[in-house]
Design a protein around this ligand. Structure first.
Ligand SMILES: CC(C)(COP(=O)(O)OP(=O)(O)OC[C@H]1O[C@@H](n2cnc3c(N)ncnc32)[C@H](O)[C@@H]1OP(=O)(O)O)[C@@H](O)C(=O)NCCC(=O)NCCS
Length: 364
C-alpha cells in the first residue's frame, strides 16, 4: 500500500456533477462509515448537503479537507480547522481512516496524514497544533494508557489515531465524553420540566427556532463570548472569542445551510435580561445534536442549567417529534455540566481525546 496525501477541492453543491462532486460524495460515504464505527450506526448521520455546509470555510474559521489515497482507493482523510479571528496561531485537526483497513494500514494512513498536517501548520505559521483521537474514560491502573493533563480521562497510545500524535510529541490535554439521551426513556419530561421551573422561580424561558430574533442578538452574542471563556478547555491555547453581529449571523446561516435548524432556549430574569442559553441542531437524521449550554456566573446554582436542558428537549419533542435522541460533547472534567446531563438521562457512548503540540522556535 502506498499513501499519497492531497487537498480536496470541495464542490459548490453536494449533488454537483463531475469529479469534484464524485470525490465529495466518496468522502461523505467514508465519513458515515467512520462515524458509524466510532459511535453507533446512525448516531452522527448528516445528509450530503448538511455535510458540505459543515465543511465550509467561514470568515471566522478556514477548513481544509485532505485525503489519503492509494491510486483510486480512498484510505482516509483529515479535517483541518484554522481559526481566523482569534487563536490565529492554532491549527486544529482530526484524522480518519477507512474502518476496513487493518491496524497496520490504519496506522500508516494516520501517520502520513499527521506528518502532512504538521508540515502545513509549519508552512502557515500555526505554532500550536491540536489533534484528536479516540479517548478513554479513565486510565486503568497498570495499563499503558496516557492520562489527560486535566486529570480526567485518558487515551490508548497504541490506538492507530493516537500513536502518530504520541510519536510527534503531542501532549494529551483533555478528554471529551460523548453522551446520548433517548427521549423515549423520559416519559416524565413534562413533570420534570415543571419541577425545574419551580426550582428556578423568578426566571422564565424564552424559545425560538432558527436565527436569533433582533431583540436578543446582543445578549446571545455576549453568551457565545462567555462560552469561549467559561467552558473548560484545560491547557489548550484558545483565546477568548469576540462575537460581532456579523459573526452570529454567519454562524447561524452556516449551521442551518443544508437544511438543519437551530433550536434555542434562553433563561430570562424578570426584567428580561438573558442570563443563560442552550442551543441544539436538528437535521435530517433523527438524532439532534446539542450545541452550547451556558449560565452566566452570577446566576449559576439556581437550577437554570437543568431548566434549559429540559426545556430544549421539551421544545424538540413538540416541534421535531421525529428527533427522539440527542447527542452531546462534554469535557470529562466539567462536573457541573456532566452532573446536569447525567441527571437529565444522558449516558456515555464514546470518549474523544484532544492532544496539543507547540512547535518550538527550532521546529518552526
Ligand atoms: C454547566 C452550567 C450550565 C450549569 O449551570 P447552573 O445554572 O449552575 O446549573 P444548575 O444550577 O442546574 O446546577 C447543575 C449542577 O451543577 C453542579 N454544580 C453547580 N455548580 C457547581 C460547582 N461550582 N462545582 C461543581 N458542581 C457544580 C451541581 O451538581 C448541580 O446539580 P445540583 O442541582 O445537584 O446542585 C454552568 O456551570 C455553566 O455555564 N458553565 C460554563 C459553560 C459550560 O461549561 N457549558 C457546558 C459546555 S459543554
Amino acid at each position: 500500500m502506498t499513501v499519497e496525501v492531497r487537498t480536496v477541492d470541495l464542490p459548490d453543491a453536494a449533488d454537483e456533477v463531475g469529479e469534484r462532486g464524485d470525490r465529495f460524495r466518496r468522502h461523505h460515504e467514508l465519513a458515515i462509515r467512520v462515524a458509524d464505527a466510532r459511535y453507533a450506526p446512525g448516531v452522527l448521520d448528516l445528509r450530503p448537503d448538511e455535510r458540505l455546509a459543515a465543511w465550509a470555510s467561514s470568515p471566522s474559521e478556514r477548513h481544509v479537507r485532505l485525503e489519503a489515497v492509494d491510486g483510486d482507493r480512498l484510505l482516509g482523510a483529515a479535517d483541518l480547522w484554522l481559526p481566523m479571528q482569534e487563536s490565529t496561531d492554532v491549527l486544529d485537526f482530526g484524522t480518519a481512516s477507512d474502518p476496513a483497513l487493518d491496524a497496520a494500514e490504519a496506522r500508516a494512513v494516520h501517520r502520513t496524514l499527521v506528518a502532512h498536517v504538521l508540515a502545513m501548520a509549519e508552512a502557515q505559521g500555526r505554532i500550536v497544533v491540536m489533534g484528536g483521537s479516540p479517548g478513554l474514560a479513565t486510565a486503568a491502573p497498570g495499563s499503558a494508557a496516557i492520562a489527560a493533563s486535566t486529570g480526567f480521562g485518558a487515551a490508548d497510545p497504541a490506538d492507530a489515531e493516537a500513536a502518530p500524535l504520541v510519536e510527534a510529541g503531542f501532549a494529551l490535554e483533555q478528554v471529551y465524553r460523548v453522551s446520548l439521551v433517548d427521549l423515549d426513556a423520559l416519559p416524565d419530561l413534562p413533570e420534570r420540566l415543571a419541577a425545574a421551573h419551580e426550582r428556578s422561580a423568578g426566571y422564565r424561558v424564552v424559545a425560538w427556532e432558527g436565527a436569533t430574533p433582533a431583540e436578543h442578538r446582543a445578549a446571545v452574542r455576549a453568551l457565545h463570548e462567555r462560552m469561549s471563556t467559561d467552558a473548560p478547555v484545560g491547557d489548550l491555547a484558545l483565546e477568548p472569542e469576540i462575537w460581532s453581529d456579523e459573526r452570529l449571523a454567519e454562524f447561524e446561516e452556516q449551521k442551518t445551510r443544508g437544511g438543519r435548524t437551530i433550536r434555542t432556549v434562553a433563561a430570562a430574569t424578570p426584567d428580561g435580561e438573558l442570563v443563560g442559553y442552550s442551543r441544539l441542531f436538528a437535521g435530517d437524521s433523527d438524532v439532534a445534536r446539542q450545541h452550547d449550554t451556558l449560565v452566566v456566573r452570577e446566576h449559576r446554582g439556581h437550577g437554570l442549567g437543568m431548566l434549559l436542558k429540559l426545556a430544549n428537549l421539551a421544545e424538540l419533542a413538540t416541534h421535531h417529534p421525529r428527533h427522539r435522541r440527542v447527542t452531546t460533547w462534554n469535557a470529562e472534567e466539567n462536573r457541573p455540566m456532566l452532573a446536569t446531563n447525567e441527571a437529565v438521562g444522558f449516558a456515555p457512548i464514546a470518549y474523544e481525546a484532544v492532544w496539543q503540540r507547540r512547535q518550538s522556535k527550532e521546529q518552526s
